[in-house]
Design a protein. Structure first.
Length: 212
């Protein structure tokens, strides 16, 4: 049966230049990304496991090649249905992490959530902030949404700063909201509406010198 194209998928974003001169953009996740996905997430377990949803079994099993196949097939199906847009962060052509727009709803809701993670060699360079901005602009400009939400753990202020730099506003505190690293965890809830600012998230980062 014919299915109309999913807004914003599969599409690449424009490039931005980081302050260190590196070029960054987001592109659609592909089945061939499995090796990079598995390797980077296993290497970065110490950073990712404390802030990500609890996995079944060991971290290594959850990020094996077999697990990747199931993950990719599920994401590909959801992307085709228009409920998820999974994107790779590329820095100078290298796999540097992931941005996901999830639970996409159109109509009277017209919102999604945004999530992201960055491979450790690229941390501390403004990659997460720039990638988040590109994801937000993609959600508003290409997917056509009105609102983007995000959550972050109280003990993960770095993620809160990324969202704050992109103009998100705190709207609430969610008690025992998600099962993270083996337990139910509280989260701060933040959100951004398309009409909160007259310019794009990337433009705002440029005006503050965070990207070129």
């Amino acid at each position: 049966m014919f299915r109309p194209p999913t807004p914003g998928w599969p599409e690449e974003t424009p490039y931005v230049t980081l302050v260190d001169g590196s070029r960054l953009h987001l592109r659609p996740l592909k089945g061939s990304d499995g090796a990079d996905w598995s390797e980077t997430r296993i290497v970065d377990k110490q950073w990712l496991a404390p802030v990500e949803p609890t996995v079944d079994g060991t971290w290594e099993d959850a990020h094996s090649h077999a697990a990747w196949r199931n993950t990719w097939l599920n994401l590909k199906r959801l992307a085709g249905q228009g409920t998820v847009v999974p994107l790779v962060i590329e820095v100078d052509g290298a796999f540097a992490g992931q941005v996901t727009l999830g639970n996409i709803q159109h109509g009277i809701v017209s919102e999604c959530w945004i999530g992201y993670w960055v491979h450790s060699p690229f941390m501390g360079r403004g990659v997460a902030t720039a990638a988040c901005a590109l994801g937000v602009d993609h959600a508003f400009g290409r997917v056509g949404l009105h609102r983007v939400t995000a959550t972050f753990l109280p003990n993960n202020p770095a993620s809160g700063k990324v969202l704050e730099a992109n103009g998100f506003t705190r709207e609430g505190f969610l008690r025992r909201n998600l099962h993270i690293n083996g337990a139910w965890r509280d989260h701060h809830l933040v959100a951004l509406n398309v009409d909160d600012y007259p310019a794009t998230a990337v433009h705002r980062l440029r005006t503050t010198g965070r990207v070129n």
